[in-house]
Design a protein. Structure first.
Length: 310
């Protein structure tokens, strides 16, 4: 088909689970609770970090970045999913779809880099405790944060440059949102170049940071095992364990989506997998990082004029 057909599609239909009206109402309740928990927990964590001087450390600086990112990440898609639950065939404009797709991609890539930076911060804290303040100075922390956001912007522009334009009139996206992988299934033009570029980008954005994190935690484990005090070992493992849980969920689902075998059609399994890194992870990030953290709990009680009892 000629290039003129690229302008045929002016809007997309988001299938979601529109074929199951009863399930849509259940999904509305689940996603509403998920969205509210994400906003409340992340915003509360940001407030605690800003207002508590004891939390003005590199670890919480990056955690504040992550919470800020997660709030916007989930806001890009969840409100639209909630509204779409009331429509039999929810639609989104072509421009709106592309905007949602690439903003979500940008935020997702930024989270990949931020999680790797946070692993490096834990490595410096556990393996180089005497030089930690020098290694992770505020200048270095600021540079690492800016690099994470800037690199994410650059990596987001790459798939945009090779995005297929010939959709041949196909406008049904088998997903809750405008997911990049689901969008590419609509293309009728040759997408081999696009697929190769996305695969290479996936290794840079997902495999490389994930490999770095695994190596980092391997070094951390070695350092922790050398600690003679059992109490010290438990404290070190608990400090890093929460980060490792988030990493496993986020990278595991994202890698299976972008680096795993590709089917011709976007399946229901793919939709469920994408919800883990798109909705579940932003919700559990502040919970995992703060539930067993005495510093955060102490800041919370002090904010309300109370004392935390041991």
């Amino acid at each position: 088909m000629g290039d003129s057909n690229a302008t045929v599609v002016t809007e997309f239909i988001l299938l979601g689970i529109s074929d199951h009206p009863r399930a849509q109402m259940v999904m509305f309740v689940v996603f509403l609770i998920c969205y509210l928990l994400t906003l409340i927990s992340n915003s509360l964590l940001i407030v605690l970090i800003i207002l508590s001087p004891l939390l003005h450390t590199p670890m919480y600086f990056f955690l504040c970045n992550l919470s800020f990112l997660d709030m916007f990440y989930i806001t890009i898609s969840i409100p639209q999913i909630l509204v779409n639950c009331f429509f039999q065939r929810p639609t989104i404009s072509y421009t709106g779809c592309l905007t949602e797709m690439y903003v979500s991609l940008f935020l997702g890539i930024a989270e990949c880099f931020l999680l790797a930076v946070m692993a490096y911060d834990r490595f410096a804290a556990v393996c180089q405790p005497l030089r930690y303040n020098i290694i992770m100075s505020w200048k270095v922390c600021t540079q690492l944060a800016i690099s994470s956001w800037g690199s994410a912007l650059v990596m987001t522009l790459i798939p945009r440059l090779v995005q297929p334009t010939q959709l041949c009139g196909h406008n049904i996206i088998n997903h809750f949102t405008c997911e990049l992988q689901a969008f590419l299934k609509l293309a009728c033009s040759d997408t081999r170049v696009t697929g190769i570029v996305i695969m290479i980008s996936g290794f840079i954005v997902l495999a490389a940071p994930f490999g770095f994190i695994l190596v980092t935690y391997g070094r951390i484990a070695q350092a922790v095992l050398k600690i003679r005090s059992a109490k010290g070992q438990v404290k070190a493992f608990s400090t890093c364990g929460s980060h490792l849980v988030v990493v496993s969920i986020f990278y595991g689902t994202a890698i299976s989506m972008y680096l795993g075998p590709k089917d011709k059609a976007f399946s229901n399994h793919d939709k469920i997998v994408s919800l883990f890194y798109g909705a579940v992870t932003p919700m559990i990030n502040p919970l995992i990082y703060s539930l067993r953290n005495k510093d955060v709990k102490g800041a919370f009680w002090r904010l309300f004029g109370k004392k935390m009892y041991e």
